[in-house]
Design a protein around this ligand. Structure first.
Ligand code: SAM
Length: 243
């Protein structure tokens, strides 16, 4: 999978050299290319921002450097999914991560200041090879898109086959079936007076599976009741039978 990230702070993305994503890059599973937006400016000062029309605080990112940078990033691809991180976008979730992990080429445009000139969204939507969507990390405001891109690239990248050593670990995770994950424990069985739930030491796989499903439901009801309404009961039945 190819991922292009355009930013005015390329060094911010150096975290993508580390850990599993860094390893996947080294192995060629993820072809991540970081680009400096300022390389696509034409003035001496490499200006990427200007004052907002209509007045108001802050600066807005100029459209032309973005068009040039995006044209370069998509030049040799038939179709590119362009994600523009924005607090005004649809909120990123696991479903989106699954969907994007299927794409051959995605690109991210990291905004700064008050954001990118709106016409870049319109221009990208009209581009024959770009499918654009504004995506938010959550209902709060960051200083720039880079942190959102780090989170999204990690969530998407780990779903690409081969990136996680044991693909089974992706199956029972939080949000894979719409629920939060059950609690997990490791040795020792008694730690500072706290015992691991007895059922997990029983060796009875059917009972452990049903305990885990009930724990998922309980935890989701306690912490994220909003998720429960969207869960398909048949998924849970199928999960119980498979385990
Ligand atoms: N003026 C914008 C607004 O109110 O919607 C906020 C601009 S913010 C200070 C600068 C940049 O940070 C945005 O263009 C976007 O790239 C990024 N950003 C901020 N919050 C974000 C969020 N919740 N999710 C994704 N990106 C975010």
């Amino acid at each position: 999978m190819r991922i292009d990230v355009i930013t005015i702070f390329p060094e911010y993305l150096s975290a993508l050299d580390v850990s599993l994503i860094g390893k996947a890059r080294a192995q060629g599973l993820l072809d991540i290319r970081i680009h400096d937006l300022r390389e696509h400016t034409t003035d001496r000062h490499k200006t990427v921002d200007d004052t907002p029309y209509g007045g108001g605080a802050g600066m807005v990112m100029k459209p032309e450097p973005w068009a040039l940078a995006l044209e370069a990033a998509v030049a040799d691809s038939a179709e590119v999914e362009l994600i523009i991180p924005s607090p005004a976008g649809a909120v990123f979730n696991q479903q989106m991560a699954y969907e994007l992990a299927e794409k051959e080429h995605i690109a991210f445009a990291c905004g700064r200041y008050e954001g990118i000139d709106e016409r870049v969204y319109e221009w990208a939507a009209e581009h024959p090879r770009i499918r654009v969507r504004p995506v938010s990390l959550g209902d709060y405001v960051l200083n720039g898109g880079e942190v959102a891109v780090l989170a999204m690239v990690e969530a998407i990248g780990r779903l690409v086959p081969g990136v996680i050593g044991n693909p089974e670990s992706l199956i029972e995770e939080s949000h894979s079936n719409g629920l939060l994950e059950y609690p997990v424990y490791t040795k020792p069985a008694n730690w500072r007076g706290k015992d691991v739930p007895e059922i997990l030491l029983s060796g009875n796989h059917a009972k452990i599976a049903s305990w885990r499903t009930s724990q998922q439901l309980r935890r989701t009801a306690q912490r994220r009741p909003d998720l429960l309404a969207a869960v398909d009961p048949e998924t849970l039945d199928a999960q119980g039978q498979a385990e």
